[in-house]
Design a protein. Structure first.
Length: 216
């Protein structure tokens, strides 16, 4: 309720302020942009809450098929490269061999895009975001690495908890809800996999997602 209350309060305040008297068109535009941003934030939060509510109730619908992770990551790299260029970051695509897992392709795409979006968000320019794929025994490991701000050691045990934010003020300003990593963890575990992180403040973070390799 607190997370929803904040953007709603901003919308109410902006609406009341702009309706108090006649204003120039530029003021109306600025207020509408603020309201739109907060509405988008609320919409994202509600969608994430619904995802977790379905997970808690066991009513999620999954579409498990054979997914070529190499092709999935390669396809995502195009979007990631554009986002990196917009922020002045370098995007590095490592090895992406044809390794197949049994999974829900849409959910896996969301998992990796969420991690890549976080890497871009918390990496100041000029920095680097890289993604690669490898086989480790009977597991496939997707590695997403950045040269960003890093995560303090005392926060690492909690970053996959719901609503946990390392820097609450900065995350709020940048649009974070504190639910993205919790959803990533849920998706990985639903695929009988896991997600791990290594990080150092000022030196960046490395997220590794492990998924069972599909048997021949």
């Amino acid at each position: 309720s607190h997370e929803l209350r904040t953007p709603l309060a901003v919308i109410e305040a902006e609406s009341s302020l702009v309706l108090q008297k006649e204003r120039p068109p530029s003021d109306y535009r600025q207020s509408l942009e603020t309201i739109s941003q907060e509405a988008t934030q609320m919409s994202s939060l509600i969608e994430q809450l619904l995802t977790l509510a379905r997970a808690d109730s066991g009513k999620e619908q999954w579409n498990f098929t054979e997914v070529n992770l190499g092709k999935l990551i390669s396809n995502l790299s195009g979007d990631v490269e554009i986002l990196c260029q917009e922020k002045g970051l370098a995007c590095q695509l490592g090895e992406t061999p044809d390794l197949v897992v049994k999974g829900d392709e849409a959910r896996l795409r969301g998992l990796f895009m969420n991690l890549l979006d976080n890497a871009i968000r918390y990496t100041p320019p000029p920095g680097t975001v890289s993604v690669s794929l490898s086989r480790e025994g009977q597991m496939v490991m997707v590695t997403i690495e950045d040269t960003g701000v890093g995560i303090p050691a005392e926060d690492i045990p909690f970053i996959f908890d719901r609503f946990y934010r390392v820097d609450k003020a900065r995350s709020r300003a940048e649009g974070g809800t504190g639910l993205g990593l919790a959803i990533c963890k849920h998706i990985a575990e639903a695929h009988e996999g896991k997600i791990e992180v290594r990080s150092q403040v000022g030196a960046g973070s490395t997220f590794s997602v492990w998924l069972p390799l599909q048997s021949p």
